[in-house]
Design a binder for this molecule. Sequence first.
Ligand code: DC
Length: 224
Amino acid sequence: MIIAIDGYSACGKSTLAKEIAKRLNFVYIDSGAMYRAITYYFQNNNTDINDPAAIEQELNKIHIEFIPGEHLRILLNQKDITDEIRSPAISELVSEVAAISSVRKKMVQIQREISKDKSVVMDGRDIGSVVFPDADVKLFVTADLDTRTWRRHEELKSRGIDIDFSKVKENLIKRDQMDSTRRDSPLIKAPDAYVLDNTKLGKEEQTKLALEIIRNKSHIPNTN
Ligand code: DC
């Protein structure tokens, strides 16, 4: 069974996806972390992201793996880069990298492979529209921009990253714009996705609402 969760940057979809996966005992896959990992690799290997041949060559050298657990870890060629990929420098570049078709092709292939024969909750931008158009349940999460900025700013602060509120906001606006206007699989709400606006909802409230939608759609018994 596949639950697809899409939405704008910092709308809380990862928090929601993680919680749903935990309660339903599904595997959680953070597709955004994969685009961040590729960006990290390109940055550290000085890959020219405007050179398709160089990108193609580098993509063949990349191995991405998730280590499930209380805190999902991501390994890039066996190196744990979970914390590094959350830096503002990666957030600045990631939408540009995510717009490259060969990168997307490779990521979608890995996303489908690692979900094979599993019950999965995957979050991202194109999960319900492109990666799993036949997903059992699709959610499209939204929240207003100031709420999203505040949440991301708090998250960065809690990790010791000191950055202006306005800079965080600027980055979210820029990424949303790039993610929704790129040619290859832009961020869109799949026609059959449920919109979940969590601007005024706490974590528990939005989880309950999402679980209700999932149960109505998929006949999962109510055990939580
Ligand atoms: O979810 P996130 O903010 O960590 O994602 C980082 C970037 O990766 C985001 O700006 C757009 C891109 N992305 C994407 O294009 N497709 C996905 N399925 C997930 C993320």
